[in-house]
Design a protein around this ligand. Structure first.
Ligand code: B12
Length: 494
């Protein structure tokens, strides 16, 4: 059996980091962890090849070789998925599909032979048993959430590390909170399910043995969903693992209540975490109430962010405009909040209602859903009819992006953040790739860029105030270049 695992191409998005990757000569931010994970669940005697279309092209000779093509995709990869399916149909290759796109929209893909939906730990073995018996069904799905001790170590050998900026590993799935717009709880449930300390250490060891020495993204929906388990079992194991190893910083996603637990933050930084993404959404209490984001309510959000930064964790934030309670004053409030908080990487989107969310159900009932959405929450589009006039909302949204990614406000925010931030506890390793990225930044941002004045001002500030944070300052300058291009695409094309 020859199986070709295909990961479709992403458009240019906020988190694609496409315009930053060229500074470090990488082709993609992250590898396709879903495909690498299911690869380990397939029979050992099957021959596997993985083609990530963000790295390379789909060659006819690979399709001719394959008995089956297995595709994984998010909604945002829809166009590329269509191309892959057309090529498979042309070459007469059978198609198996899984992942978030197909979970919500499998009916739109009549050419696909089998859908293995939800978590493959449950549905893939069912397919494989039926396959052996020659009695396969078209759709495999489940209402159950598997324990993660069923999840094998991903097949790192199927990708070429040198093309990726980070490697991903997953410690847990699910989130205890219940935000109305989020599809994570719909897809993965509210009970956080964790791998054991031994399991995650075995996974890190395997990644290390395969030669990875770069950064690692813990792709959890909410890393701190079960704080007790983290503090007792997982973080002590991660702290132990780190001993004697330089570099390899971690980033992850968490909820704002991280700010309330200094012991947890201290353990995370000792384990090697340097960055957390947090859903802030809005400084407006009424809108937080509307979307049931209770963990963000009744607190000084700016102060919470700063507490996390002071503990040594950079905070990246998600923001949304277009809630029913939003009035036109929200745009300036968001700009002010983002500037004050020093959240440098601020992902601001228009409210969208993905399939499977409570928001989708509510707005469908109110006749306010008009399509299934682009899958890209930062492209200035939405699939809902908002309460605010759509033209006012779009103009306000564009104003936020133009402001926060203008060189002046962006670099000001970098300094606000660096003032608060404690340098990482782990030893940062500077290699030739970093030096080359620095030289490229000097050329592209410091000599040719519209931000050159701000760029050199940042050099001056960081070298005189916090020289240890110089590498962080340069990295953030490079991120700013990417975010500025993405925000210009949104403000110029929509
Ligand atoms: C890591 C991650 C990223 C990373 C890496 C992406 C990558 N290269 O894989 C980064 C940060 C780059 C990213 C970016 C984005 N992401 Co993202 N991301 C995630 C996250 C947190 C984890 C994904 C993951 O690796 N999971 C671990 C693996 C093991 O699970 P899995 O892929 O789901 O696979 C399992 C099953 O689904 C199944 N399966 C999957 N594929 C297949 C295929 C076959 C054939 C079979 C049999 C089974 C199978 O088997 C696996 C084991 O059970 C998810 C949230 C989540 N928990 O899923 C969001 C998520 C996938 N991202 C999402 C979005 C929207 C985005 C962005 C568009 C955001 C933006 N505006 O920029 C971008 C687009 C990507 C890009 N490059 O531009 C959405 C997608 C929603 C949707 N319905 O499509 C999610 C679900 C988050 C959310 N809250 O909605 N993302």
């Amino acid at each position: 059996m020859n199986v070709l695992l295909v990961y479709p191409e992403f458009p240019d998005t906020f988190w694609s980091f496409r315009h930053a990757l060229k500074f470090i000569r990488k082709k993609a931010a992250s590898p396709p962890l879903g495909l690498m994970t299911i690869a380990s669940m397939l029979p050992k005697e099957w021959n596997l090849r993985l083609v990530d279309l963000n790295i390379t092209t789909l060659r006819t000779k690979d399709l001719v070789w394959a008995d089956y093509v297995f595709i994984s995709a998010m909604v945002v990869q829809r166009d590329s998925v269509r191309m892959v399916i057309d090529r498979c149909v042309e070459e007469g290759v059978n198609i198996v599909a899984g992942g978030p796109l197909f979970l919500g929209e499998y009916e739109d893909f009549p050419e696909v032979d089998h859908f293995i939906l939800n978590e493959a730990e449950i549905t893939l073995p069912q397919f494989l048993t039926d396959f052996e018996r020659g009695q396969t069904k078209r759709i495999y799905r489940t209402d159950h959430f598997p324990e993660l001790d069923l999840t094998p170590i991903p097949r790192w050998d199927l990708v070429n590390f040198k093309h990726y900026a980070t490697m991903n590993i997953q410690l847990s799935r699910g989130c205890p909170f219940d935000c109305e717009f989020c599809n994570i709880t719909a897809i993965l449930g509210r009970r956080p399910r964790y791998k054991s300390g031994d399991q995650i250490v075995a996974e890190l060891n395997s990644l290390y043995q395969h030669g990875w020495r770069g950064d690692v993204f813990f792709v959890d929906d909410n890393f701190i969903g079960n704080k007790k388990r983290l503090k007792k079992e997982i973080l002590p194991a991660l702290i132990e693992w780190r001993k004697g190893k330089a570099g390899i910083s971690y980033n992850t996603e968490a909820s704002i209540n991280l700010a309330d637990d200094s012991q947890l933050m201290e353990m995370m930084t000792s384990a090697g975490f340097t960055t957390v993404f947090i859903g802030i959404e809005t400084p407006d209490e009424a809108s937080l109430d509307e979307c049931n984001k209770n963990q963000n309510r009744g607190r000084d959000l700016v102060e919470s962010v700063k507490r996390i930064q002071r503990a040594g964790l950079q905070v990246q934030g998600g923001f949304i405009v277009g809630f029913d309670h939003d009035t036109p004053s929200i745009f300036q409030k968001q700009i002010d909040f983002i500037q004050k908080s020093g959240i440098v990487a601020a992902m601001v989107g228009l409210l969208q209602a993905p399939h499977g969310t409570r928001l989708y159900q509510r707005l469908l009932g109110e006749g306010r859903i008009f399509d299934s959405g682009s899958g890209n929450n930062v492209d200035g589009s939405t699939n809902i009819i908002p309460q605010m006039d759509i033209d006012v909302l779009r103009a306000g949204y564009q104003r936020i992006l133009k402001n926060i990614y203008s060189p002046k406000l962006y670099y000001e925010r970098v300094i606000t953040f660096l003032k608060e931030y404690q340098p990482p506890k782990i030893e940062v390793q500077i290699d030739t790739a970093h030096i080359l990225a620095l030289l490229r930044s000097i050329y592209l941002l410091g000599l040719r860029g519209t931000e050159r004045f701000q760029y050199w001002k940042l050099w001056g500030w960081v070298l005189t105030h916090k020289p240890r944070l110089f590498p962080t300052a340069i990295t953030l300058s490079i991120y700013g270049h990417h975010f500025r291009i993405i925000s210009q695409q949104v403000t110029e094309t929509k």
